[in-house]
Design a protein around this ligand. Structure first.
Ligand code: FEO
Length: 402
């Protein structure tokens, strides 16, 4: 049975959801599933915008067939060639052999890397800013390289002001009938998943997101249709502001996320004590994670959200505990900057954790170390509590400064 929605006259959502997939990109947990959005415009000419992941291919093809209602498909616009969106291209070409595949030079390079079927006679290679008339609707193409791959482009439908934005403005989380963000309790259901998606999937490419956003400064966008998550048709400023902030690596709010590695609970004890001391000083909304327990994507999301971090780790093999090492290296690879960080290390016979943290943190831009790093020897003895108090004072002062 098909499952489609007309989102605006002659423009249909023909995507679907996967609630069974354990991990997106085989890496990121999906407790609430994920949606793969594709859109079909049925004007004098018909145009499909992107396809979907192979996991929902059968439903997707039923959706497209239903909306076309016997008509042929004139265009398939390929905004992004990652397999969660390009998986059905060959099947579309087999079903609609005269369809023109709309993409750029890189699109077709990647298409040939993924597919063996020669589809070159279907190519319609477009240039930046080129327009394609469908009747009442006209598509204009904007290249958005590295948001999230080099071939990515955004397709803007001029008559209704719809931005088909590929991965940009996307989110983890399946759609449950309500496809519009304004029909959903977005703050409770999607806000965190939207940030987790951005930080982990697109976070590395903040500069390129900024470059893409600049292209639309004078463009009247009335609807944003991403390939994942809800469609934006109201209060677009909300998500545009979030994207602007996230892509400039600026925290959303003043607050502290503490995360630690702990083999026998001693580093954990210090982190708990520090969290309590911060709470006693009036700091609210404290986040505290064990890196061996919580998937790093959730910690990365909170690091993107908050201004301050406290990192706690034991020494392992005379260096940094490797789960923490991997997390910090990922934060560095994602280009994290503009944060205030406090450090707590632990060791019994060779101090290496704080040195290891510094090695990675020093690769990040505009980082301020708050308070004196605290290097614990196995357990924190009562006589060293003043050092922990001093660290709590320094974090409190930094969080509450104007
Ligand atoms: Fe949803 Fe970059 O693919």
């Amino acid at each position: 049975m098909y499952s489609i929605q007309e989102i605006t006259p002659q423009v249909f959502w023909v995507g679907g959801n996967d609630r069974r997939l354990e991990r997106f990109e085989n890496m990121f947990p999906l407790p609430n599933g994920v949606s793969y959005n594709s859109y079909l415009i049925t004007d004098e000419k018909t145009a499909l915008i992107d396809t979907v992941d192979t996991s929902i291919g059968a439903l997707y093809l039923e959706n497209v067939t239903h909306v076309l209602n016997g008509r042929k498909l004139d265009y398939l616009v390929i905004n992004h060639m990652e397999p969660d969106h390009c998986a059905n291209i060959e099947e579309i070409v087999r079903r609609y052999p005269n369809v023109q595949l709309v993409g750029n030079k890189k699109t077709f390079q990647f298409l040939e890397q993924y597919y063996s079927l020669n589809m070159s006679s279907n190519y319609l290679e477009i240039q930046e800013g080129q327009e394609l008339g469908l009747g009442k609707h006209t598509l204009r193409f904007y290249f958005a390289p590295m948001v999230h791959w080099p071939e990515v482009m955004f397709t803007y439908e001029i008559s209704q002001g719809i931005l088909f934005s590929a991965d940009a403005f996307g989110s983890f989380g399946a759609l449950s009938g309500n496809v519009f963000a304004d029909e959903i309790d977005f703050e409770n259901v999607f806000a965190d998943e939207s940030r987790r998606y951005y930080a982990n999937i697109v976070g590395r490419y903040g500069m390129q997101v900024q470059a893409a956003l600049k292209k639309f400064t004078d463009v009247n966008i009335r609807m944003i249709c991403s390939v994942h998550g809800p469609i934006w048709r109201k209060n677009l400023a909300y998500i545009l502001e979030k994207y602007d902030k996230w892509s400039r690596y600026l925290p959303e709010k003043k607050g502290v996320v503490l995360f630690y590695a702990s083999m026998y609970g001693n580093t954990e004890n210090v982190m708990n004590a520090l969290a309590n001391k911060l709470a006693k000083r009036g700091i609210q909304d404290i986040r505290l994670y064990d890196v061996s327990k919580t998937h790093p994507s959730y910690i990365i999301s909170d690091v993107w959200k908050y201004s301050h971090m406290v990192i706690g780790s034991p020494t392992y093999n005379m260096h940094l505990y490797f789960v923490m090492d991997a997390l910090l290296r990922e934060l560095s690879a994602l280009g994290l900057k503009n944060r205030k960080i406090s450090l707590i290390g632990n060791h019994t016979w060779s101090s290496g954790a704080i040195k290891g943290m510094h090695e990675i943190i020093d690769t990040m831009k505009n980082i301020e170390i708050v308070g004196a790093p605290l290097d614990v020897r196995s357990t924190l003895k009562p006589e060293r509590e003043p050092e922990l108090d001093a660290l709590a004072d320094a974090i409190y002062a930094s969080l509450t400064e104007a």
